[in-house]
Structures are given as C-alpha cells and as structure tokens.
Ligand binder design. Structure first.
Ligand code: SAM
Length: 255
C-alpha cells in the first residue's frame, strides 16, 4: 500500500534520528578537529529536521544556521524548537554574503545532490578564508559487507537510490570533490557502526518497516524473501553487516 506524505515524513524523521545517534562520536571528533566551539558562525546545509543545527546551537556561543530547500521539514523543526535559526534556500545559490561563516557542514546531503562540485564551491564562497567545509557523513553502499553474503541487501538499496536520482557511491568520492574544489588540508576517513548480532536483532522490526514502506510494491516478494532469510540467520545467531560511511574536511585557502 502506498504511504502518504505525512507517513513518509515520519519515516525519514525516524531514520535521521537513528543516524544522528549513530554518528555522535564522529561529530564530536570533527567538531574538536575544526575547533567549532570558537567559531563565530556555522552553517548546516541540507539540515532537514535540523538535529545538528540544534545540537550545535546548544554547544557553541556563535550563530548557528540551518538551511534546507524543504520548507515543510524546516517548519516542523521550528515547531519542535522555536529558537532554531532556519533558512529555506538552495545550496547552489546560498542567500548569504561572501565570507560569512567559519564552518559549513552537512550530513547525508551530498548523495542527494546532482552537482556536488558546484554545491561545495558555493559553500566556499560563504566561508571566511581558512574556514572549514565539513562532510560529517556520506554513505557508500558499494562497500557494504553482509554476513552471510547470501543476504544481498545492497542491490536493493543501490537500485532504489539510483531511481531516486541519488548517488549511492558518493562516500568514496569525497576527497576528490574537496580537492577539486581547491580546499586545502583535506582529511578524510571512515566512521562506521559495525552492526553485530545484538544490534541487528534490536533493529530488525524497525529496519524492515522502513524498507517495506519505501519499497515499490513490485519489490515486495523479493524483499519478503530477504527478510525471511535474515530472520532465519538471526535465529542461528549468524548475522552481521558493515556499512561504510565517510567523513571529509577541508579548509578554504588563506587569501
Ligand atoms: C537526507 S536529508 C539530510 C538529513 C540531515 N542532514 C540529517 O542528517 O538528519 C537531505 C536534505 O537535503 C535537502 N536538499 C536537497 N537538495 C537541496 C538543495 N539543492 N538545497 C538545499 N537543500 C537541499 C533535502 O530537502 C533534504 O532535507
């Protein structure tokens, strides 16, 4: 049964909240490395429900702004926390003066962007010299490892993302995008949560609820097969997977 817009919004919110929790340590590391606490102004792009904007607003004294092109999600975030500074705008045409921010950051954003280089170059414009562009997390579904290997979950996710116009392999390209945009001191790496038996068991119902609702009806029999197989492996305590998520940071050159 197709889901309505409200259900779809709630599903994504559930997913963003989980990812937000899983990536807490990565953000802590990136905030420390870029000295985010002493920066005057920080911009989160593609903030959606603005969890990171809220986290940073509480953490630092400076000004923190979240930007997204989806007005509805911004209004929802504002209803949750009225103090948030949120702007509805387009990442390709940022509505800010040049050299406004000490850091521009984003999480699970670049995979949805058709032209990442233009988006990063636009971020650079609004950064002060020596300011940071920080990609907190971008996935690479091509690097997912499943045990047992017969449980092929990646193909479904990759195909679905490609149909939606997203790039499921964006993680491995981050260093290239950053260097090509003439950012310097580029540092990148992997942060991932190893999904072991207990975590997979704990997530089983929620994960499948999410997958089922987002899948097209014609995928149903195939997905049911994978779900059945996973259930069987869980009973045998024989299941784990690894989903690579990449971070990257780079600075605007001193002029
Ligand atoms: C996967 S969501 C980001 C989730 C959020 N960063 C988080 O981690 O919770 C991607 C967001 O990018 C936004 N977006 C996509 N293209 C955009 C653009 N050109 N300008 C601004 N926002 C854009 C979408 O509206 C969506 O809210």
């Amino acid at each position: 049964m197709p889901i309505n817009q409200k259900e779809c919004g709630l599903l994504w919110e559930f997913q963003y909240r989980r990812q937000f929790e899983w990536l807490k340590n990565t953000r802590r590391f990136l905030y420390r490395t870029t000295s985010i606490g002493i920066q005057g102004r920080v911009l989160e792009i593609g903030c959606s429900i603005a969890l990171i904007t809220e986290e940073l607003s509480k953490k630092i004294d400076g000004l923190v702004i979240g930007l997204d092109s989806d007005l509805k999600t911004l209004l929802n975030a504002k209803r949750r926390q009225n103090k948030l500074l949120l702007v509805c705008g387009d990442a390709y045409y940022l509505p800010f003066k040049p050299e406004t921010f000490g850091s521009v950051l984003f999480q699970f954003f670049l995979l949805w962007i058709k032209d990442p280089l233009s988006a990063i170059r636009e971020m650079k414009k609004v950064l002060i010299p020596t300011g940071w562009v920080v990609s907190i997390a971008e996935p690479d579904y091509g690097g997912r490892i499943d045990f047992p290997a017969t449980l092929d979950c990646s193909s479904f996710i990759i195909n679905r993302l490609l149909e939606e116009g997203a790039d499921p392999f964006v993680g491995r390209k981050l260093e290239y995008f950053f260097s090509k945009s003439s950012l310097v001191n580029v540092q990148w790496g992997l942060s991932s949560i190893p999904f072991g038996i207990e975590l997979v068991k704990m997530n089983f119902d929620k994960e499948w609820n999410f997958v089922k609702k987002l899948a097209k009806p014609e995928m149903d029999p195939k997905l049911k097969g994978i779900k059945r197989m996973e259930k069987k492996f869980l009973k045998e305590e024989k299941r784990s997977y690894f989903m690579p998520v990449f971070y990257c940071m780079g600075r605007k050159k001193m002029t």
